[in-house]
Design a protein around this ligand. Sequence first.
Ligand code: GLP
Length: 268
Amino acid sequence: MQTEFNQYEQQGQHEQLQVYNPEVIVLPTPEDVDQLGATHFIQQVEKKADSTLILPTGSTPIGMYRLLGETYQQGRLDLSRVTTLNLDEYYRLGKSHPQSYDAFMRSEFFNQVNIPEEQRHIPNSEALDPDEEAEGYEQLLRQAGQIDVAYLGLGPGLTCHIAFNGPGTPFNSRVHKVDLDEETIRANAKFFDSVDDVPRSAITQGIGNILEAKHIVLLAKGEGKAVGIQRTLEGPISEDAPASALRLHPNVTFIIDAAAASLLQNQP
Ligand code: GLP
């Protein structure tokens, strides 16, 4: 899909783009972020049972997924018509590795709810040809039509990454294989026995894919995200801070806790 943004980007006319003010909701605690994220998700599915959603991994969405699982177990949520497309996956880690995003999504979310397996999509970590896999995932996104909501986390520290799109990624990027930057590798080492075990590459949706969603919801918690949130919302809109691209989208909501908001000059 060729968005207005992509056309401008190709012409190198960043500065002429329409810039929007995202909705920024600051809540006292990380648990409040989990709760509002889950409430948003539930309301979206109540409004549109066959919603197509982009889903994140990382530690941030775990609380939201747990609450959604509990709501389903209580018989108050039906996800049988939802389609999901995950943001990214480590390349060559192997699906059965406990830290693959495939395994993560099963243990943290999919095993607790009723989204049929054929409606859940994650790039294939085991693909022999990563470029072919990226192209196939791109096709899948195209076939899925317009995404209703893209749920995102924010990368660590100064990376401001969304999915695995680190600094320097073009705003019109599509699904691609990426080599992970050092800061991301260090941050994701918390999930592995040692930093040496963290995969060095991944397959990720591009920023251009994410910007095509009707609504984007970014969740961020903790002081480790404060610098990134400040750069994202108040710094220059620049490929140095990939999440700043979200200010070029008219319908974005940040749901963040007070610690993540602590360095904002303009407190919402
Ligand atoms: C990984 C994922 C990102 C995610 C980020 C944040 O790098 N690829 O999509 O947003 O982690 O991780 P955490 O939520 O653990 O801070």
